[in-house]
Design a protein around this ligand. Structure first.
Ligand SMILES: [Zn+2]
Length: 505
């Protein structure tokens, strides 16, 4: 065979084959004899109606956590948190005030209709209404909209967004920071003028609904804050009145409820004298969205439970399958098994762990996450975050060992890497990615089940579940057994965070 032909053949056969040949695989490993019925049994429990969609903070969520802890205990894992397999995660659920009103001269804005007070305590106060451009303070760029403006005891109206950025991202930065800036300047309330390119109803449904976040003990927003919907000339006429217009503000106050949930974890010490000082986090979220209108999708009286079989009982079961296999045949590096809560609420459980790690982050060399939002190709697995951390060979070899190909970063437009728990670790610098079921894109087959009441155990291909668990376990094992730890490739956006965490090398 001539060299040109050889290289052509290699090109068309793909790198999978090459990698698969480079890594020797021991077929007596426990993952080669996984039992489909065992895994199907776990699926029927974790995604049963009885667990009511495992919504963060709900009874079903706690039952799932207890089940996972019981399994880790049975496999011989050491508890992750002192003598406990649980890490409490403190959350805060907030909702917009039920009633609110803003008056500006003879104009009245009413909560929901053309006003959305989103945050702040109960209030009822009079004060002049003044315009403060963006209401933004940034010491770095020397920008201060309150510099020559007295807003003490006044109600502040601003443009939406921040200077130089009125995109959605800028608006969201404003939402999280502007109220504090106005309060600091002495204002008694602040409202941004609504100017986003989608309907007010959709906006207030999104930002005015219940939200959950981490409870870091930080104080709630000090003054009423939100958005108003105004006529086009409102800003111009307000800006002309330097001393402001007469006004008043009233709000029944943001509704705050503390929610308790937990991450679940266990530790297995590695076999290599040196490498066991390095930890790999294997993670999967076990929460889902709940029941009825909590779920967001369509539901009926006959079926209102969002079972989350794919999302993410699938991943949770693969985590447990790997946990069991590693207990039987340990890896060289140590393993942290971490089932996280709150993913559906904004990656809250993984964020909490990354802020309150139970194994030092600088000793944590990799995060292998699994998130099973769905699948439409059972001949494959997907790798979200391919070609970034140097472990692609191990993943390809593991997938090939069970007859699967690897789909690299499907649906790039969905920004999946930044939408799953792996990103909470990546932000800290830890090389991280998500191993997911085979998806070719956000196809109709995917949407048929994604966050729908139809995502139940009866619709799962259990043979695929088994093969997925096998490939996942072997891939995790090959990574945990590598001679060299994974690293972000040069130029990756998380490389700088890694240099900071581990020290520059
Ligand atoms: Zn989901």
């Amino acid at each position: 065979m001539n060299r040109l032909l050889l290289s052509l053949l290699l090109m068309f056969s793909g790198f999978t084959l090459l990698f698969a040949q480079e890594i020797e695989i021991d077929r007596s490993l426990p993952e080669f004899s996984f039992n489909e019925l065992n895994l199907a049994g776990q699926m029927h429990f974790l995604a049963s109606d009885f667990l009511e969609g495992r919504r963060t903070g709900s009874r079903g969520n706690v039952i799932a956590a207890e089940y996972i802890a019981a399994q880790l205990r049975a496999y011989g894992y050491a508890p992750i948190n002192g003598d406990s397999y649980f890490q409490p995660v403190n959350l805060m659920q907030t909702a917009a005030p039920a009633t609110g009103q803003l008056m500006v001269e003879d104009l009245t804005f009413t909560q929901q209709a053309d006003l959305l007070v989103m945050r702040g305590p109960a209030a009822a106060a009079e004060g002049n209404v003044v315009f403060a451009n963006y209401g933004w303070v940034d010491a770095e760029t020397d920008h201060n909209d309150y510099e020559d403006l007295n807003v003490k005891g006044k109600i502040v109206i601003t443009r939406a967004g921040i200077p130089g950025d009125i995109s959605q991202a800028g608006i969201f930065r404003g939402v999280s920071e502007k109220a504090a800036m106005a309060a600091e300047a002495g204002a008694i309330a602040i409202f941004e003028v609504y100017s986003l390119p989608f309907p007010w109803t959709a906006f207030k449904g999104y930002l005015g609904g219940e939200r959950m976040g981490l409870d870091n003990g930080s104080p709630a927003t000090a003054i009423p804050y939100g958005f108003i919907k105004v006529q086009d000339d409102f800003i111009a006429s307000l800006a002309r009145k330097k001393k402001g217009l007469r006004g008043s503000v009233a709000s029944s106050g943001m509704v705050v409820k503390k929610v308790r949930s937990m991450n679940v974890g266990g530790i297995l010490t590695g076999t290599d004298e040196k490498l066991k000082e390095e930890y790999m986090i294997v993670s999967a979220h076990f929460d889902h969205v709940g029941v009825g209108k909590q779920g967001g999708g369509a539901f009926t009286e006959q079926d209102s439970i969002f079972n989350g079989a794919r999302d993410n009982a699938f991943g949770t079961i693969s985590l447990l399958a790997s946990a069991r296999a590693f207990a039987e045949r340990p890896t060289r590096r140590s393993i942290v098994m971490l089932a996280v809560t709150g993913e559906e609420m904004g990656l809250l459980g993984s964020k909490w762990y990354a802020e309150h790690p139970l194994v030092p982050l600088e000793k944590t060399v990799f995060n292998f996450n699994t998130d099973g939002a769905g699948y439409d190709d059972t001949s494959a697995i997907s790798l979200i975050g391919a070609n970034r951390t140097g472990i692609d060979g191990e993943v390809a070899a593991a997938a090939a060992a069970f007859g699967k190909k690897v789909i690299e970063d499907p649906a790039p437009e969905q920004g999946l890497f930044d939408r799953s728990d792996n990103v909470s670790f990546a932000i800290k610098g830890i090389p991280a990615l998500s191993f997911s079921p085979g998806i070719t894109g956000f196809s109709d087959e995917l949407f048929k089940y994604y966050h729908q009441v139809t995502d139940n155990p009866e619709t799962i291909d259990m043979t695929y579940l088994k093969e997925y668990c096998q490939a996942f376990t072997l891939a995790a094992r090959l990574i945990a057994d590598r001679d060299v730890r994974p690293r972000w490739i040069d130029g990756d956006k998380y490389k700088a965070a890694a240099d900071k965490l581990y020290g520059k090398k």
